[in-house]
Design a protein around this ligand. Structure first.
Ligand code: GLC
Ligand code: MG
Length: 250
């Protein structure tokens, strides 16, 4: 067994089944101690909502934390100091005020709470019924104003507008290069729309948990790769199933 880089989404991927989480945590912690495996959480949550989750669930302390849909990286999660190098990458060409001004024209976009509005992320709630009609219109008006951004819809309700260079996948690549970890020794896990970037960034091994949302299922069907595994089991049990499948655990 050798060290690997383990990257997982939190809500409805790592989190969802407390007993399964406990079992997976034991395997991961042991692997970290014996082989130097690195554990990274990659979440849509802000640092504040991540902190809230750590009070509610028993999470291992990660070796790095990616929050706000890949737009903030923190190498020392206790200290909560965001990586400035990554912030510098994202700030190129990003004009948050202009993004918010355009979104304000759409009354169906309801801003998320203040904690979820971040320097490199503007977030809204959007109902699934109108999303397919509204999203293309929003994307073209952003484009018309010359705003080169990424629009990500997750879980049939959350809409995030991010800098073009900011998503979970690009944040992961940044970490992987810093730590000099091969894609074949990296595994990413997710359940919803904002995780698609994790699976499409490169050739990292990917585990899609059995309870994945329709938007990720559909993406998987249309982009099948032999380094992606769709688990039968849900939540942390699905992750464990995938880790055995790829031989990261034996
Ligand atoms: C988390 C964040 C929210 C975001 C969603 C999807 O729930 O708190 O701001 O929109 O993830 O990425
Ligand atoms: Mg999730």
């Amino acid at each position: 067994m050798t060290a690997f880089l383990f990257v997982t989404d939190l809500d409805n991927t790592l989190i969802g089944d407390d007993a399964a989480l406990k079992e997976l945590n034991q395997h991961l912690e042991q692997h970290r101690q014996e082989h130097g495996t690195k554990i990274v959480y990659s979440t849509g949550r802000s640092p504040a909502l991540y902190r809230k989750l750590t009070r509610e669930k028993s999470l291992l302390s990660p070796d790095a934390l990616i929050t706000s849909v890949g737009t903030e990286i923190c190498f020392d999660p206790q200290e909560e100091i965001v990586d400035q190098e990554w912030a510098d990458v994202l700030s190129q060409g990003w004009n948050r005020d202009a993004v918010v001004a355009i979104a304000a024209h759409y009354s169906d976009l309801v801003p998320q709470p203040d904690t979820e509005q971040r320097p490199f992320k503007a977030s809204y709630v959007l109902s699934e019924e109108i999303s397919s009609e509204l999203l293309p219109r929003l994307e073209s008006s952003l484009k018309e104003k010359g705003l080169d951004v990424k629009v990500i819809y997750s879980g049939g309700q959350d809409l995030d507008i991010l800098p073009q260079k900011g998503d979970k996948g690009l944040a992961l690549q940044f970490l992987r290069q810093k730590w000099d970890m091969d894609a074949t020794k990296t595994v990413v896990c997710g359940d919803s729309g904002n995780d698609i970037a994790l699976f499409s960034a490169g050739e990292e091994r990917g585990i899609i948990v059995g309870n994945a949302r329709p938007e990720l299922r559909q993406w998987y069907e249309e982009n099948k790769k032999d380094y992606h595994y769709f688990a039968q089991a849900h939540y942390a049990d699905g992750i464990l199933e995938g880790l055995y499948h790829f031989g990261f655990l034996a």
